[in-house]
Design a protein around this ligand. Sequence first.
Ligand code: HEC
Length: 102
Amino acid sequence: MRTIAIVFVAACGLGFAGAPEGKAVFEAKCQPCHGASGEGKAAIAKMFKVEMHPLGSKEVQSKTDAEFKKIITMGNGKMKPVSGVSGKQMDDLIAYVRTLKQ
Ligand code: HEC
C-alpha cells in the first residue's frame, strides 16, 4: 500500500515537473513584457516596434527547450537577455512556458 502511494506521488511530480515553480519565475521575469498568458503586451510590441508572437502559439511552441534557453540567456531580436535565470529555475520556467500552449 505504502509503495503504491509513493509511486503515485512520484508520477504526479513528474507530470507537472517544475511548472508551478516556473510560474513564479515567469511572473517575475517574463510577464511584464509577455503578459500573464504569454499573449504579448501591445505597449511593449509598440515600443520595440515588433510583432510579439504569443508564447503559446504553435510557432513559438515548436522551438526546442534548447532554443528557449538560448533566447532567454542570449536574447532574441529586440528581446534582451534575461538575467538571473539558470539551472533548475530555467528548467521550471520552460516547463511553465510549455503549459501556455494554446
Ligand atoms: C523587456 C521585455 C521582455 C522581457 C522581460 C522578456 N521578453 Fe521575450 N520577447 C520580448 C520581445 C520584444 C520579443 C520579440 C523580439 C523580436 O521579435 O525582435 C520577445 C521574444 C521572445 C521569444 C521569441 C518569440 C518568437 O516569436 O519567436 C520567446 C520564446 C520569448 N521572448 C520568451 C521570453 C521568456 C521565457 C522571458 C522570461 C524569461 C522573456 N521572453 C522576457 C520582450 C521581452
